[in-house]
Design a protein around this ligand. Structure first.
Ligand code: PNS
Length: 162
């Protein structure tokens, strides 16, 4: 990619992708030339969906958004970001409760790769309560998740829990 094109990585577990994540992706696309949604493993979480399933769900949900790609990586985020020549890491910030963890992670990541900034984007406030854990929990007990995730993700959740 040419030097003056700005690439942002949006890393996360995305287990599964929610409408809140999609809102953040849309905001990132408006700021950067290219956005890579980067799926990885958070060592403190045991995911419901495989990396391939998560990749497929994000590809389906972001279909039609220009300049968005989906990848997965292993290892340190900042090693991957340096390899990709990324300008920034995107993280969504919903509420003050997210702040402490995100602040710590951003500072560690800056220590690991000083030139790459973490940019926090606030999703629409209607998504403040929303995260993948809540979606999995509601879907597990056959609750209605239609305002939380795309139809495609709803189907995947249904087949996972049936
Ligand atoms: O969606 P999540 O689970 O909040 O995302 C957290 C994630 C995956 C971005 C974070 O755990 C991560 O970057 N993992 C890769 C390994 C790494 O670089 N760890 C150091 C972070 S300070």
């Amino acid at each position: 990619m040419s030097k003056n094109k700005k690439l942002a990585l949006y890393p996360g577990t995305f287990d599964p992708i929610t409408n809140g994540h999609l809102d953040v992706i849309q905001r990132a696309v408006n700021l950067f030339d290219r956005v890579i949604v980067a799926i990885t493993t958070n060592s403190s979480k045991a995911p419901l969906f495989s990396v391939n399933e998560r990749l497929e769900m994000i590809e389906n949900a972001s279909n039609g958004l220009d300049n968005v790609e989906v990848e997965s990586f292993q290892g340190l985020l900042m090693d991957y970001a340096v390899k990709k020549n990324a300008t920034a890491i995107i993280r969504g910030l919903r509420a003050v409760s997210d702040f402490e963890y995100e602040f710590q992670m951003a500072l560690v990541n800056r220590k690991l790769a000083n030139g790459i900034a973490t940019v926090f984007l606030m999703p629409h406030e209607k998504y403040t309560y929303l995260n993948s854990t809540i979606v999995r929990e509601v879907a597990k007990f056959d609750g209605d998740v239609s305002s939380f995730v795309t139809e495609y993700v709803q189907d995947k959740l249904k087949s996972k829990f049936n």
